[in-house]
Design a protein around this ligand. Sequence first.
Ligand code: ATP
Length: 224
Amino acid sequence: MARRSDARRSDARRIGMLGGTFDPVHIGHLRSAVEVAELMALDELRLIPSARPPHRGEPQVRAVDRLAMVELAVAGVSPLRVDDRELKRDKPSYSIDTLESLRAELAAEDQLFLILGWDAFCGLPGWHRWDELLQHCHILVLQRPDADSDAPESLRNLLAARSISDPLALEGPAGQISFIWQTPLAVSATQIRSLLASGKSVRYLVPDTVLAYIHAHGLYRDAN
Ligand code: ATP
């Protein structure tokens, strides 16, 4: 509890963002989100489904279905929320655009935390206007205890200048990087799509409400 109160020294709100295709959302995303939100004493953790991800192929199901499933998954689960701003834009989902638009809605002192897996973090130098991200947010890197963790050369200077070891010591609205060590549940959306395409059960890998939606709408029956 002492750490929690340290993390909340001011009236600034603490908002996390977790982007993804969520094709479909699953318990790996959800457990991870709950754990980060608790550890960081977040006021909100926003799951942000992406429209056309710049770094990968088209999602298998329509945006409206991916959004509906994330909404069902987080209904009534504070402080998780869904943010559909990327689905409202008719452009690729660049994080810098999302951060700028979210920032514009917040008070200047509010703290914004962009949550990224280690792999995504290592790919940062390929992102659109990546060197501007830290003007708008802190970056929380989810690190697996078993992972190889040598950062690429292009990120070494940034890490040396901006990273701190204790995520609860991130100060101010933006500008620093820290790490959260977390063992992810061994589940992926790829695995779920493949189970469904071969007629197998995904019960307990997704919330029951999401399972009911998948079946009611006949999603993921065909391999893609
Ligand atoms: P796919 O299998 O289609 O690539 P995915 O399961 O990795 O999908 P995404 O929607 O691409 O899901 O992931 C969104 C975010 O959630 C990413 O930051 C990703 O690293 C993270 N994530 C994915 N699976 C897990 C998991 N099992 N535990 C914790 N975080 C996860």
